[in-house]
Design a protein around this ligand. Sequence first.
Ligand code: E4P
Length: 217
Amino acid sequence: MKFFVDTAIAEEIRELNDYGLLDGVTTNPSLIAKSGRDFKEVVAEICAIVDGPVSAEVAATDFDGMMVEARILSALAANVVVKLPLTLDGLKACRALSTEGIHTNVTLCFSANQALLAAKAGASYISPFIGRLDDINLDGMALIHEIRAIYDNYGFETEILAASIRSANHVKEAALAGADVATIPPAVIRGLAQHPLTDKGLDQFIKDWTSTGQSIR
Ligand code: E4P
């Protein structure tokens, strides 16, 4: 499973990229607002840090407006993926951009039928929002399973990008469900490496090693 980081904070992206853990980045208007940065400037900076796809979302909600913004965003860097909302106009823009060879990420997906439409529109990625479904007492992970089954039934190549991930357990469950990608907040990515028994075991190994008085160097 590929790991994208879900943030527009360039410093955090740089740090995780240095660990070799990143395959790409997703941003959204809320994350851009949180960064306090100029949208196009920060997207260009992120695209220079990470080799993989960087999702940048249009702000327009009508087809013509989305197409204008999509062209501006995709001109920022070769690895920009244009993020479009899962609306009829968004799907129309997805089809037009996909036909031109521009990569797309259809976002705000909350149902299997929406995901089916995005695949039919030629989306490169579909973003089902797990956490936001869990927030309203629905089963976000069940949606990933449904989309996986439908895409496999018909051989759709749209990649399932599990989004709105809130916990390490979400990452594990999305991997088990066959999501192609998970976009994960930075703190959750760092938390994946943590286990109390790892810390305890390492403390003991260091203590025992020190007692030998040896040095590897
Ligand atoms: C990513 O593409 C989504 O915009 C993001 O994962 C949404 O996460 P949230 O529901 O935690 O805001």
